[in-house]
Ligand binder design. Structure first.
Ligand code: APR
Length: 224
């Protein structure tokens, strides 16, 4: 039986690929007001401002490549049952070859109906425009979980986290709930590693690897 290793990743995982994190110096939430671009109220108030924000992020994502951290995680699938629970909306884990990725906060390259959230589709290119409608005639919106919205994938994430023999947290400040609460659900006896240059506080016994994602993954391999 292959050991189950679960990676719980955040924006720091993709920093070396050129994508800004949210709360670090120069991060997205220093450049933009959350209430202008990442809430349902913002969408009702100024759709174009919200569309522009995600269109820019998509354009940037299309110019990025997975980094060695992403690739090393994918390479572990040979010897481990690897599952990824990510807060990231980018597709860099998948582009690095990872086959089991759960996105808690949505996916940047997908859009969905404003009327029926089950109507989700891949976006062709980077630009979503006003007037792009779903099959029910409603404006398409980014397939992103905005602040104040439910996180439907939590129900699928919890059993994955609870079944981990090894749990690896990479590049998240653990500021945003309910996602950050997943760390508390790791089963007793499972080994927990935290890869982050600014090790976030975790109320459990963990092995901190105070490194950037790519270097931290090289370190992690020495423990496995
Ligand atoms: N390698 C590893 N970790 C890094 C790197 C790196 N190269 N660069 C920065 N970090 C770490 C920071 O030290 C910080 O702990 O990544 C973390 C980034 O934290 P945040 O910017 O808060 O991102 P995240 O935790 O993913 O945010 C959670 O908040 O804005 C919402 O929905 C959004 O999913 C996001 C959620």
């Amino acid at each position: 039986m292959k050991k189950q290793i679960v990676f719980f990743t955040g924006a720091g995982m993709s920093a070396e690929s050129g994508l800004a994190t949210f709360r670090d110096m120069g991060g997205l939430w220093e450049q933009y007001e959350i209430t202008d671009v990442a809430t349902p109220e913002a969408w009702s108030r100024d759709q174009q401002l919200v569309l522009d924000f995600y269109n820019q992020r998509r354009k940037q994502l299309l110019e990025c490549e997975p980094n060695n951290g992403h690739r090393l995680i994918a390479s572990l699938e040979t010897d481990y049952d690897v599952k990824i629970v990510t807060q990231n909306v980018d597709d860099l884990h998948e582009r690095a070859g990872s086959t089991d990725v759960l996105h808690l906060h949505g996916e940047l390259m997908k859009v969905r109906s404003s009327k029926d959230e089950s109507l989700v589709k891949q976006l062709d290119g980077w630009e979503l425009k006003q007037g792009d409608l779903c099959e029910k005639g409603s404006q398409l919106r980014p397939h992103i979980v905005w602040f104040g919205e439910a996180v439907p994938e939590m129900d699928n994430a919890i059993p994955i986290v609870q079944s981990a023999d090894i749990f690896v947290v990479i590049g998240t400040s653990l500021n945003v709930y309910p996602a950050a609460g997943l760390v508390d659900l790791v089963k007793p006896g499972a080994k927990i590693f935290v890869i982050d240059p600014n090790s976030p506080t975790v109320n459990k016994s963990v092995t901190n690897i105070s490194e950037i994602a790519s270097k931290g993954m090289e370190e992690l391999l020495k423990y496995l």
